[in-house]
Design a protein around this ligand. Structure first.
Ligand SMILES: [Zn+2]
Length: 404
C-alpha cells in the first residue's frame, strides 16, 4: 500500500479543504482521507506541496497522429507497425501530462483497440471509436471508413460493433484537415444520419458527430446524436451559434466538446496554415486569433444556456493540439467564464462520465482506479498549475519521465 498526501486536493467535483491523503493498494484507491491522516504502519507516504486530483480525461484524441502538419492524413498510407509506434508515443505523451484516460475519435484499421485491451502498466485507459464514418471523399476519408447510403451506414456501424468499439464517430460536416470538404454544409441528410444513430443505439453504442457547420449541427441534433464535437457554427455569415440552437442542444442533453486546448505559445513558430484553412478564414473575414476569441465567447455562452460541455482537445490533429494538452482545455474553460471547480470537474468526472467510464475513474473515491495527478501549486487560486505535473499514477502505476 502507498499513500499520496497533498496540501490541496480536488476530488473530481469540489476542492477538499485541508488537502487529502489518498491510499492506494495496487491499481485501486482504498482510502480518501484528510490531509493530516495518520497512515497505517508500513504504508509508504509521499507528501506534496501542491494539488492532488483525479487524472485528466481528454475526450477527443487521435493517437495515430502526432500533431505534425498533415500527420493525420499521412496515417492513411502508413504501415501498421508505424501506426502502432505513433500510438505508443502519443499515449506516453498523454500520461506524462497527467492524462489517464483518452477517448480516441478516429484511428485506422481499429489499431487503438489492441492497446485498449492490452492495458500496459502506466498506459492511459482508451475509449475507442475506431475509424470515423464519413462520406466518400469526405472529412477524414483517408482513415478508411466511407459510407453513403443507409444500408452502407448500417453495415459500417455493425462492423464497428463487431470489432468492439466503445462509441461511434460520424462526420456530419466537412473538416479543416480535409481539402475539398464542405465546411458550410452537411455531409448527410437527417434521415440518413438517423440510420447511424438507430443502428448504434440498438447495439448500446453512443454516437458522436463531428460538426463545424450549422447545417451539420442541425442534422446531428435532429438525428438524435449523443454528442457533438467541435460545434463551431460555421455558416455563410461567419461563425454563428444562435441562442435558440444552444437552448435546443441543452434541452436534448447533447454533450458538446468545443475542442479547445490549443497551445498558443507555439504561434509564430509554426508553418502557415494549409491553403484550405487560410481560404476559409478569409471567406469568414476572421483571422486565427479572432476565430479563437469567438470560440471562447461561444463556449461561455454554452455554459449560460446549460449545455453540457465536455473538454477534449482533438489531440494529434494539428501542431497546436499536442498530446497532453488536456490541461489547457480545462484552463480554457476558466478563460470562458467557468468557475475553476466547474472546469476541473468537467475535465475529470464530467469527461469520464461522458466517456462511459465515470464509475471507475475521474474521482478521488474508494474503489476507483488509482488514476491520480499531483500538480505544483494551489489550483483554486492558480489554475495554470494544472500544467505543472509533479507526479502521475495510472491505475496505481507511477509514470516516469515527466515533461519539464
Ligand atoms: Zn478529431
Amino acid at each position: 500500500m502507498l499513500a499520496l498526501r497533498a496540501s490541496h486536493a480536488f476530488d473530481g467535483s469540489r476542492f477538499v479543504p485541508g488537502g487529502a491523503t489518498v491510499l492506494v493498494d495496487g491499481a485501486r484507491i482504498v482510502g480518501v482521507e484528510p490531509g493530516d491522516f495518520p497512515v497505517p504502519d508500513g504504508c509508504e507516504v509521499t507528501s506534496y506541496d501542491g494539488t492532488l486530483l483525479p487524472g485528466l480525461v481528454d475526450a477527443h484524441v487521435h493517437l495515430v497522429s502526432d500533431g505534425g502538419v498533415g500527420s493525420l492524413e499521412r496515417v492513411g498510407s502508413m504501415a501498421a507497425e508505424d501506426i502502432d509506434a505513433a500510438i505508443t508515443r502519443s499515449l506516453a505523451a498523454q500520461a506524462a501530462r497527467g492524462v489517464t484516460t483518452v477517448r480516441d475519435l478516429g484511428d485506422r484499421d481499429f489499431r487503438t483497440l489492441a492497446f485498449r485491451d492490452r492495458r500496459a502498466p502506466g498506459q492511459p485507459r482508451i475509449v475507442a471509436a475506431g475509424p470515423p464514418i464519413t462520406v466518400p471523399d469526405g472529412h477524414c476519408h483517408f482513415l478508411g471508413c466511407t459510407a453513403a447510403t443507409p444500408d452502407e451506414l448500417r453495415q459500417a456501424v455493425a462492423d464497428h460493433h463487431d470489432r468492439g468499439v466503445d462509441v461511434i464517430k460520424v462526420m456530419a460536416s466537412g473538416g479543416f484537415l480535409t481539402p475539398g470538404t464542405d465546411m458550410f454544409g452537411a455531409q448527410y441528410e437527417v434521415d440518413v444520419l438517423r440510420t447511424v444513430v438507430d443502428a448504434a443505439h440498438e447495439r448500446g453504442l453512443e454516437v458522436l458527430a463531428h460538426a463545424h457547420s450549422v447545417p451539420g449541427i442541425e442534422a446531428a441534433v435532429a438525428a438524435g446524436v449523443d454528442g457533438i464535437e467541435h460545434f463551431t457554427g460555421f455558416c455563410e455569415q461567419g461563425s454563428v451559434l444562435t441562442d435558440d440552437l444552444l437552448d435546443r442542444v441543452a434541452a436534448a442533453g447533447i454533450a458538446v466538446d468545443p475542442t479547445m486546448g490549443n497551445d498558443f505559445s507555439l504561434l509564430g513558430t509554426l508553418p502557415p496554415p494549409p491553403p484550405q484553412v487560410a481560404q476559409l478564414m478569409e471567406k469568414l473575414g476572421l483571422d486565427m486569433m479572432q476565430f479563437f476569441a469567438q470560440r471562447y465567447t461561444d463556449t461561455g455562452r454554452m455554459r449560460e444556456h446549460g449545455v453540457r460541455v465536455v473538454p477534449g482537445v482533438d489531440a494529434g490533429a494539428m501542431p497546436l493540439k499536442a498530446h497532453g494538452n488536456a490541461w489547457l482545455a480545462v484552463t480554457d474553460l476558466v478563460k470562458c467564464g467557468y468557475p475553476v471547480d466547474e472546469a476541473l470537474a468537467a475535465g475529470t468526472s464530467g469527461a469520464a462520465d461522458a466517456c462511459g467510464v465515470g464509475d471507475v475513474t475521474g474521482r478521488l473515491a474508494v474503489g476507483y482506479d488509482a488514476d491520480l495527478l499531483v500538480v505544483a501549486g494551489d489550483l483554486a487560486s492558480d489554475p495554470d498549475a494544472l500544467g505543472r505535473p509533479q507526479t502521475v499514477l495510472v491505475r496505481g502505476h507511477r509514470v516516469g519521465a515527466l515533461a519539464p
